[in-house]
Design a protein around this ligand. Structure first.
Ligand code: DGL
Length: 272
């Protein structure tokens, strides 16, 4: 048994979709969540920069004593997972591989769509992860740069976002995909808008449930799960606006987001 918390991070509130899935599956686990909302969105930034942010945050969380780190952001996973795994002492899980696995298992015609930020699509991380599981799969990707902004503003419904989503997804519909991966942890918050635009013939997969399963397996095999009778503690931290983090955190995660601590950049406890 290991009572230490799980550490998670994202460029903002998107990773809360992953946190929610982990809370549902492992209700006794404590979680420290860091949203880098001073520097997010990450999607338009270049990959080395996102990788450096990821290394900084992972090292900050590790210094706080977490037992496992989940990079709850596709852009950060695509840019920095391997480097963060190399630098950290604790295990580090990313969100790309679980999403890719979910899609490969679900597709019937082996035609898979992937949507994500510019950084994620440019990195070809999904292409590599899907091909590693099914070398014959046909993959159709599309960057949807403006969607994260809609979600971070709390605009998760209405005609503006519906039109924007339809505009992005039209080319994918023509590709006869039967499965589409939400390759950004912000997108489950607009799951319905996306599913409506794709229609009934397309299975929309998000990695949150897949990653929650992986977290459970990882902790269970190590004997690191907390006793199921214990009460968890949650700690929310962000680098930018606390007011925005609380408002959106409550909206998307729930009343657990009582308090958010502001941590100034550069993050403390990070070895030079
Ligand atoms: N939620 C993130 C992702 O999964 C980050 C989006 C962004 O910051 O642009 O890629």
């Amino acid at each position: 048994m290991n009572d230490a918390p799980i550490g998670m991070f994202d460029s903002g509130i998107g990773g809360l979709t992953v946190m929610k899935a982990v809370m549902r599956r492992l209700p006794a686990e404590s979680i420290y969540y860091f949203g880098d909302n001073a520097r997010g969105p990450y999607g338009p930034r270049n990959l080395p920069e996102i990788r450096d942010f990821s290394l900084e945050i992972a090292s900050f969380l590790e210094a706080m004593g977490v037992k496992l780190i989940v990079i709850a952001c596709n852009s950060a996973t695509s840019a920095g997972l391997l480097e963060v795994q190399r630098k950290c002492q604790v295990p580090v899980l990313g969100v790309v591989e679980p999403g890719a696995r979910g899609a490969v298992q679900a597709t019937l015609n082996r035609r898979i769509g992937v949507i994500g930020t510019i950084a994620t699509i440019k990195s070809r991380a999904y292409l590599k992860a899907i091909r590693a599981l099914d070398a014959g799969a046909s993959i159709h990707s599309r960057a949807c740069p403006s969607l994260v902004g809609f979600v971070e503003r709390g605009e998760v419904g209405g005609t503006d976002i519906e039109e924007e989503v339809r505009r992005y997804l039209r080319p994918l519909l023509k590709r006869r995909i039967d499965t589409m991966v939400l390759g950004c942890t912000h997108y489950p918050l607009i799951h319905e808008v996306i599913a409506d635009a794709m229609g009934d013939s397309v299975n929309v997969i998000s990695s949150d449930e897949e990653i929650a399963r992986e977290v459970e397996e990882n902790l269970s095999r190590r004997g690191y799960l907390r006793s199921p009778h214990k009460t968890p503690s949650y700690r929310f931290m962000c680098s930018g606006s606390v007011e925005q983090a609380i408002r959106l955190g409550r909206l998307f995660l729930g009343p657990e987001v009582e308090r958010v601590e502001k941590v100034d950049l550069p993050l403390p406890g990070v070895p030079a």
